[in-house]
Design a binder for this molecule. Structure first.
Ligand code: GRF
Length: 211
């Protein structure tokens, strides 16, 4: 008899730190109706809470540290191959603090997402909340995008806004952004998994399904 269950998308999540965005995805994916499950969690460093979150749920993990390779290019090839071995439908960089290289992007182009704690195209790079605060904007937020070869430049999938408070520090602002970032990630990755998506130039369109 044919299997009539809807397909469940395979997610590989890459992390470098505390992994609260990863945890939000793990929690959402515990519901079979979510349409996606985390098949592996990878990192560029060991001994981080993000990996422990996966371990606690029995999700497979892997670590590729740049320093363990002769060159950044070799690291990139190894990371691409390990991720490919899990046959992911989506690769989600959730606080992964390394730029993916050409080998990775050749292998996983169009299905690799990253979340950035600023409203692109403003404030790309490592210090989005601090840069937004220093500039004096009154509204900032977060951006989910399809990774390309630039720094936080890829086609935008989703964005959420967060108001800047007068007494904000970079830390308090970043924490409020992360609340929205987790919701955006869970909602949008779920929609992509259930409905599919296309990238047309700089526009990302999530499919016309029902969920
Ligand atoms: C997120 O704000 C992400 O956009 C940024 O680092 C943070 C990661 O948080 N690059 P966590 O590890 O998911 O808690």
């Amino acid at each position: 008899m044919p299997d009539s269950r809807p397909p469940v998308s395979r997610l590989v999540v890459l992390v470098s730190g505390s992994g609260t965005n990863l945890q939000a995805l793990l929690d959402a994916a515990a519901d079979p109706a979510y349409g996606a499950r985390v098949v592996a969690v990878g990192s560029d460093r060991d001994d981080i809470e993000g990996l422990r979150r996966a371990d606690r749920l029995g999700v497979e993990t892997f670590v590729h540290r740049v320093g363990d390779y002769e060159s950044r290019a070799e690291w990139d090839v190894a990371l691409a191959a390990t991720v490919a071995s899990y046959a992911p439908d989506l690769v989600v960089c959730a606080g992964f603090m390394k730029l993916l290289g050409p080998a990775f992007l050749a292998e996983h182009a169009g299905r690799t997402l990253n979340t950035h704690p600023a409203l692109s195209p403003s404030f790309p790079g490592m210090h989005g909340p601090a840069d937004a605060l220093e500039y004096g904007v009154k509204v900032t937020g977060c951006t989910l995008f399809v990774v390309d070869g630039g720094v936080d430049t890829g086609p935008i999938v989703d964005q959420r806004t967060v108001r800047v408070h007068d007494d904000d520090t970079a830390e308090t602002l970043h924490e409020r952004i992360k609340v929205e970032e987790r919701k955006m990630l869970v909602e949008t990755v779920g929609r992509m998994a259930r409905r599919g998506w296309t990238v047309e130039g700089r526009r990302v369109l999530i499919g016309a399904g029902t969920a």
